[in-house]
Design a protein around this ligand. Structure first.
Ligand SMILES: [Zn+2]
Length: 411
């Protein structure tokens, strides 16, 4: 992509009403635009990052054997009264049609839709297990939305639902889903600071699990067991008498963290009200056992920004960066176009800064945007023998040929 084609521009200052660092940097660099508190537009650069995150998640969910579907955001009140969540879910957006006076909810989660859907297709033990997921926008009527894209009133979530004939089968799938989540966070570059965290299981199971990433921007407090590399969340730490549920260790480290994902054994909580049943081998009718598994995409992206930035701007992890290379043309139009074509032909994603701007401006914008490799083509670099290559997270630059750069990136 050529930067001159982008309608967005970087800006020196973030809007005054934006308190969160993740949103400040994303707005200044031209990734997102704030529409109102908790609601953001993904601008072209932001959508590139979003798609990277989305693809990682999609690949890991498909590897779990789940098939993708897309459910609507708008849902009827009846589905929510059936489970009692019309009244009990505090942050459910509810409204009334001006014409019909019917009441609706904007989906905050989709158990109320996926359960009756599966009822139309699952009849026998032969139809189980099965799993389906979507990547879709969710709505939550947050009282406070001050954490930038970490807590939105509208945001994107990957929600996976699994359906099983018995608890053993759910347990097995739950373990696999846990590993898939670890893979997602590792691939997205935030794995090192992300902990599998024990949380309250509700009325059906002892624990559920969250994935919590340690950052000072986090709204949650977690207690980390260094021996087991797991954590316990705030709501159950008292019940566990401040001890690790795996090894009994009482030396737990307290940290601020943000919840980037959660997994939950729903058991029959939703299959019961929607009469999602199957006929077992012995002919008896049983309720389907369910699990649900969520990852917030905006939140993952915002968490990466909270973890990886410096005073000059964002430092994207390679796998979710909008481009692999930021090519800065300093007065060498013809050469720059040639390099841009050559890299593109080799399948390397390049943002070419072809704008009519000063070198200082281009360097500052490149640091702010935070693409992992900055490549400069200038009179000076040509005289030195090629292009000047610098990693965003290093201060040293290196002169190399375009072929050497391609080899480096293909490794
Ligand atoms: Zn432990």
């Amino acid at each position: 992509m050529k930067q001159s084609q982008l309608f967005t521009k970087t800006r020196k200052d973030a809007p005054k009403d934006e308190e969160a660092l993740n949103a400040q940097l994303l707005i200044r660099a031209g990734y997102v635009d704030k529409v109102m508190a908790g609601v953001y537009t993904f601008l072209p650069l932001g959508l590139k990052v979003f798609k990277k995150v989305e693809n990682i998640i999609r690949e890991e969910m498909e590897a779990l054997g789940a098939s993708e579907l897309l459910m609507p955001s708008l849902s009827p009140k009846e589905n929510w009264t059936k489970t009692g969540r019309w009244d009990s879910l505090d942050n459910l957006f509810r409204f009334t049609s001006f014409y019909s006076k019917n009441e609706y909810a904007l989906g905050a989660t989709h158990e109320e839709i996926v359960s009756p859907t599966l009822r139309k297709f699952v009849f026998s033990y032969k139809d189980l297990p099965t799993a389906t997921f979507q990547i879709q926008n969710k709505f939550r009527d947050e009282k406070r939305a001050k954490s930038g894209i970490l807590r939105g009133r509208e945001f994107f979530m990957k929600d996976l639902y699994s359906f099983h004939a018995n608890v053993e089968d759910l347990d097995e799938y739950y373990e696999k889903a846990t590993q898939a989540y670890v893979n997602v966070f590792n691939r997205a570059g935030i794995g090192e600071k992300t902990y599998l965290t024990y949380a309250s299981g509700g009325s059906f199971t002892k624990y559920s699990h969250e994935f919590q990433t340690v950052t000072s921007a986090g709204e949650d407090t977690i207690y980390i067991c260094e021996k087991c590399k797991i954590a316990i969340n705030d709501e159950i730490i008292e019940d566990l008498e401040h001890k690790c549920p795996r090894c009994g260790n009482a030396q737990l480290r307290t940290e601020k963290a943000v919840e980037v994902g959660n997994i939950f054994k729903l058991m029959t909580k939703f299959s019961a009200p929607f009469e999602l049943k199957y006929k077992d081998q012995d002919g008896s009718e049983k309720e389907v056992i369910m699990g649900c598994y969520g990852i917030g995409l905006n939140r993952l992206m915002g968490t990466a920004v909270e973890l990886f930035h410096d005073e000059k701007g964002i430092v994207w992890p390679e796998n979710i960066a909008p481009f692999a290379v930021h090519l800065l043309n300093l007065g060498q139009d013809e050469e720059a176009e040639k390099i841009y074509a050559q890299l593109s032909q080799n399948g390397i994603e390049v943002l070419l800064d072809d704008r009519d701007a000063s070198a200082g401006e281009k360097f500052a914008d490149s640091d702010l945007i935070g693409i992992p490799l900055r490549v400069v083509i200038s009179k000076k670099s040509i005289e030195a023998g090629g292009i000047e290559v610098r990693r965003r997270n290093e201060s040293e630059s290196k002169i190399m040929t375009v072929e050497e750069l391609i080899n480096l990136l293909k490794k």
